[in-house]
Design a protein around this ligand. Structure first.
Ligand SMILES: NC(=O)c1ccc[n+]([C@@H]2O[C@H](COP(=O)([O-])OP(=O)(O)OC[C@H]3O[C@@H](n4cnc5c(N)ncnc54)[C@H](O)[C@@H]3O)[C@@H](O)[C@H]2O)c1
Length: 278
């Protein structure tokens, strides 16, 4: 059997009606999975369902706010009653909620809201999905989307970085618990990736585009298909012996860690050199 094939598998992708999640949902669908997308944006949900039936994709989008426990329970009950199994869960939802401010100004509510949208739902969705995945009796794969920002300092929205790194602790510990059931638990940490809410193509003016290869070793920002490629690897039997780890889908940014490539291919960690292009 083709090790990339997802034929016969059922996947849930949270936040899969837009951005990176949609890229993951489409890739899984192309590889034969039945994909249930849980997304809170009603407009994106109906758009995806229209496109899915027009294209004949095996993707069904359901309106669901994953930060609330009851809708998540209802989602999993629906998956159980209609699909009778669950093999793959992708916890993709995450947002800054535009709460950019110095940490000393973060209110209790800000911290709770960021916890809810970044880490709490990863735990709730996973907890509610585990009985279904175990019940399918064929192993399984749980994938959570964290961020490069969990692996480097992120000023002015400190809880984002903290909760994203929390996904790594969750991933490692749960991987140990679920190993005996053949259920693998991993995460993906992307660098800035073109999506619904993150738009480097609009933020960087044409005259500054030539600078991008100085910032990112592989020379460009991410695309949803980059993260989707990692998700396909982690969902399929290609990664049959991979659990408790994080794939850094970041064009080499984490490795560069503050080093910038100069026009003449030398590197600097003090990007103030006149005419360096940085
Ligand atoms: N795009 C990036 O540069 C980048 C980089 C690193 C990590 N990430 C992470 O990748 C994931 C996806 O990011 P993105 O940029 O594609 O996001 P996005 O904002 O473009 O899309 C998010 C999707 O999730 C849905 N959604 C939002 N809140 C929801 C909720 N409560 N319940 C259900 N659905 C909800 C939205 O409707 C949308 O369809 C997030 O966890 C994000 O933190 C993104």
């Amino acid at each position: 059997m083709n090790p990339i094939s997802l034929e016969g598998k059922v996947a849930v992708v949270t936040g899969g009606a837009g951005g990176i999640g949609r890229g993951i949902a489409e890739s899984f669908g192309q590889l034969g999975a039945r994909v249930i997308v849980a997304d809170s944006n009603a407009e994106s949900v109906s758009r995806l369902n229209e496109e899915s039936s027009a294209q004949g994709w095996s993707i069904e989008a359901v309106e669901c706010d994953v930060t609330k426990t009851e809708p998540v329970r209802a989602l999993m009950e629906r998956v159980q009653s209609r699909e009778k199994r669950l093999d793959i869960l992708v916890n993709n939802v995450g947002d800054t909620l535009r709460l950019y401010k110095p940490f000393e100004e973060m209110t209790d509510e800000n911290i709770d809201d960021l916890f809810g949208i970044l880490l709490r739902h990863v735990m709730v969705c996973t907890r509610e999905a585990i009985p279904l995945i175990k019940g399918s009796g064929d192993g399984g794969s749980i994938i959570s989307i964290s961020s490069i920002e969990g692996y480097r300092g992120l000023p002015n929205i400190v809880p984002y970085a903290a909760f994203k790194l929390g996904i790594e602790g969750f991933t490692k510990s749960l991987a140990l618990e679920l190993g005996p059931f053949g259920i693998r638990v991993n995460s993906i940490a992307p660098e800035t990736t073109e999506s619904e809410s993150i738009r480097p193509s609009r933020w960087i003016s044409p005259e500054n585009e030539a600078r991008i290869p100085h910032w990112i070793p592989l020379g460009r920002f991410g695309r949803p298909s980059d993260t989707a490629g990692c998700a396909v690897f982690l969902a399929s039997s290609l990664s049959a012996w991979v659990t408790g780890t994080t794939l850094h889908c970041d064009g080499g940014s984490l490795a560069a860690a503050g080093w910038y490539r100069l026009d003449d291919n030398r590197w600097t960690n003090t990007p103030i050199i006149e005419g360096s292009g940085i």
